[in-house]
Design a protein around this ligand. Structure first.
Ligand code: ADP
Length: 198
């Protein structure tokens, strides 16, 4: 760390006091999956349920972040890594302030997700695989991106001409082909409640 930087973490209101007030501990549920797999849909449904239950919940979602904090980044592997690094640092700030954080990002490689886990701290990091086969994502094609990628109008699209590496041992595996949105969100909320809410 640079000589002229003097963090004041030890003088701030401690995490434990924030968590005691919230009635739950902080932690990061990291949703990974192909474009169109259902990350945003499931995360926004879960956010509503957690918020209505009175919890301090924060959702960091792909396109929101790319339109602001990371609007100078593209989709090269290097930029994807920097995108996830910034998001993980932000998620960590929220988690140590006692929030339940959901992050929904393609985060396509094991290396990128492992970096996120290391930045956040593995004790606070829960990987959620929004496990939807490419064929189904492509059929849904919510944003028309698969059609564009197939026509060659988008280069380096995850699942088409850029790799997606499925998690090997996710904390939660949501097979959306066999679940309704409501059931998938309920499974995520139950898992979060079990881990973070006393
Ligand atoms: P992502 O955030 O992963 O890119 P989105 O949430 O934007 O994906 O899009 C997923 C689409 O799939 C939505 O239109 C959603 O309604 C639909 N969908 C159908 N079944 C499910 C399911 N079981 N879980 C999540 N999404 C589903």
């Amino acid at each position: 760390m640079a000589d002229n930087i003097h963090p004041v973490f030890d003088r701030m209101v401690p995490r434990s006091e924030r968590e005691a007030r919230n009635g739950h501990v902080g932690g990061v549920f990291w949703l990974t999956g192909l474009s169109g797999s259902g990350k945003s849909t499931i995360a926004t449904a879960a956010e509503r349920l957690l918020f209505d239950a009175g919890h301090h919940v924060v959702l960091l979602d792909g396109d929101n972040i790319r339109s602001g904090l990371c609007n100078n980044l593209g989709f090269s592997l290097e930029d994807r890594q920097e995108n996830i690094r910034r998001i993980a640092e932000v998620a960590k700030l929220f988690a140590v302030s006692g929030a339940i954080v959901m992050c929904s990002f393609v985060s396509p490689t094991r290396k990128i997700r492992s970096m996120a886990g290391k930045i956040i701290g593995l004790q606070d990091f829960y990987e959620v695989f929004v496990n939807t086969p490419l064929e189904i994502c492509e059929q849904r094609d919510v944003k028309g991106l698969y059609a564009k990628a197939r026509r060659g109008e988008i280069k380096g699209f995850t699942g088409i001409d850029s790799p997606y590496e499925a998690p090997e041992d996710p904390f939660l595996d949501l097979r959306t082909a066999d679940l309704t949105v409501e059931d998938a969100a309920a499974q995520l909320v139950n898992t979060i409640n079990n881990q973070l809410v006393s």
